[in-house]
Design a protein around this ligand. Structure first.
Ligand code: LER
Ligand code: MN
Length: 280
């Protein structure tokens, strides 16, 4: 099987409350196989209805989410950890309601929170929290992808090796890794080698160039990454995850302070053409 191509709808959303179905329609018109939906947005409120509207367009759904500081499975405070586990379980149920079989992202700690001195103990608590969520993910057949992100966004999982180690500590068929070309460009000496080393634990792949714009528009060597994905037999989702607009809900979280691409519609089309050329 070949990898399938999705696009993260946060490319277009200006506010978390936005109706995402019109953006999914644009993705379907371009030819994507699926769309990625953030559970931080409104879709988590009525997943069955939104999931049906997207499925009716002929698209699959994948999901991403994150934890807040008051719902943190790696917290030293047991009450906050318990809330974090419940938040992730709600996320698994919402993803299942949307019809998704993948829920990935910064699912081990709040995004943008740092406590390096307690990294070891927090990492072990995150493993314990994910172990508590794994049986539900297995029962609902939702695969959890631990996303390695760069050092400016988390202190807990920056590299593929750290993500694999955390996934292996959890020890579930439904817990694996998400690698993201943008983050690997910062953290990995050799991103293609990181993909190969992740191997069968790689559940999901995010793709943007070094400026978070259209893959192929910057300096990342995607042909080396494509060869590595083929070498490990990757047949999961490759999601174009571009953040290109300043002054929208996600831009402060992602440090987007200027337009990265002038027109999201053009970026979506160009990313799809690049995927077909590079990964198909
Ligand atoms: C954040 O930088 C990112 O890559 C997202 O996929 C996190 O969920
Ligand atoms: Mn990502």
């Amino acid at each position: 099987m070949m990898p399938r191509f999705a696009i993260h709808l946060a490319l277009w959303t200006r506010d978390w409350a936005d109706d995402i179905v019109p953006f999914a329609r644009k993705a379907a018109e371009i030819g994507y196989d699926g769309v990625e939906v953030s559970l931080l947005g409104a879709a988590a409120g009525n997943p069955i209805e939104v999931g049906k509207a997207i499925t009716d367009l002929g698209l699959a759904v994948t999901c991403t989410t994150g934890l807040s500081r008051s719902d943190d499975i790696a917290s030293l405070d047991p009450a906050i950890r318990a809330r974090g586990i419940e938040a992730l379980k709600r996320g698994v149920k919402a993803a299942h309601g949307l019809g998704a079989r993948h829920l990935s992202g910064v699912i081990y700690a709040p995004w943008g929170a740092f406590d390096g001195r307690n990294k070891r103990v927090r990492r072990d608590l995150a493993a314990e929290g994910l172990r508590a969520v794994a049986p539900l993910a297995e029962a609902l057949d939702v695969r959890l992808g631990i996303e390695a992100i760069n050092r400016f966004e988390t202190d807990l999982v920056n590299t593929a090796a750290e993500a694999v180690s955390l996934a292996e500590s959890v020890g579930s068929t439904h817990v694996g890794v998400l690698l993201d070309s943008f983050h690997m460009n910062i953290e990995e000496a050799d991103p293609a080698a990181a993909i190969r080393a992740t191997g069968r634990r790689l559940f999901h792949f995010h793709c943007a160039d070094n400026d978070r714009g259209v893959p192929g528009g910057g300096k990342i060597d995607f042909s080396a990454q494509a060869r590595a994905l083929a070498a490990i037999g990757f047949d999961g989702w490759i999601t174009a995850e571009m953040f290109v607009l300043p002054d929208v809900a996600v831009s402060p979280d992602l440090s987007i302070w200027r337009p990265i691409e002038a027109d999201p519609d053009v970026a979506a089309r160009d990313a799809f053409a690049f995927f077909r050329k590079t990964f198909a």
